[in-house]
Design a protein around this ligand. Structure first.
Ligand code: ATP
Length: 238
């Protein structure tokens, strides 16, 4: 039987004026899996995430989410149906507390059981509980990334789109963040993860796609790609 995909991307093209940043990307994200997209700077990873979320209009291609086309689905409907993007810039409210940032995540989906959701986020991120009255702008880089993910979880997403969560973080913190992402899968969240950090993301993913200048160059089960000599040479440091 074919995999039960929460998200299917078929032949996606996205352009900035005359420049095509995605030139026919196809991928699938099975329900309950972590799928990573690996690629160097400028490969088109952020463009892919923004196109899937609906922040950028694709010029061609099809997006199928939970069995339905997203062609005429506005951003707020995508959010209401459980799609949630954690952008590369994190977009926190720096002069608001950790607690208030989390509550804004609940507001975005008009969650009523926010107390239970908050307890769950604090269980996953004890560091945020300790720092709940601290201003978001004064958190370390790793803590800010935890807060960005925690805020997304307050909206009870079904598909979490994570754009380079490890960006700018020290290797040990990267490991912490990616371990947390792995635990999200245990909570039933499906994850599309974009990363430059190939080795660390393959280690927690079920499958992966290698993106190069807007085209998928390789794909397969994460464990297989991690052993692929071609990928090893270019992305895994030999
Ligand atoms: P990085 O890891 O550096 O963020 P990326 O893989 O996320 O890279 P994108 O940001 O998606 O790559 O960019 C893909 C291509 O599209 C690049 O060549 C980039 O210069 C171009 N691009 C991105 N945003 C714009 C824009 N607003 N206008 C014009 N070109 C853009």
């Amino acid at each position: 039987t074919p995999p039960d995909n929460l998200l299917e991307v078929r032949d996606l093209h996205t352009r900035y004026g005359r420049v095509e940043a995605l030139s026919g990307v196809s991928l699938h994200v099975p329900r309950g899996h972590i799928v990573s997209v690996i690629g160097a700077n400028g490969a088109g990873k952020t463009t892919l995430m923004n196109s899937v979320m609906g922040l950028l209009p694709p010029s061609q291609g099809t997006l199928i989410y939970d069995g339905q086309s997203l062609a005429h689905t506005p951003l707020e409907t995508r959010v209401a149906r459980g799609m949630c993007l954690v952008p590369e810039r994190r977009d926190l409210f720096a002069s608001m507390t950790v607690y208030d940032n989390l509550m804004l995540g609940a507001y975005s989906r008009r969650r009523t059981n926010w107390k239970g959701d908050l307890d769950h986020v604090f269980t996953r991120f004890p560091r945020l509980l300790e720092r709940r009255t601290q201003l978001a702008g004064t958190l370390s880089g790793g803590e800010q990334q935890m807060l960005a993910i925690g805020r997304a979880l307050m909206a009870k997403p079904r598909l979490l789109l994570l754009d380079e969560p490890s960006l700018g973080l020290a290797p040990l913190i990267v490991r912490d963040i990616l371990l947390i992402v792995k635990h999200l899968r245990d909570d039933g969240v499906t994850v599309l993860l974009v990363e430059q950090n190939a080795r660390a993301s393959l280690a927690i993913s079920d499958s992966a796609y290698v993106l190069e200048t807007g085209v998928v160059k390789m794909s397969g089960p994460a464990a297989e790609l991690a052993r692929n000599p071609e990928l090893t040479a270019s992305y895994l440091g030999g």
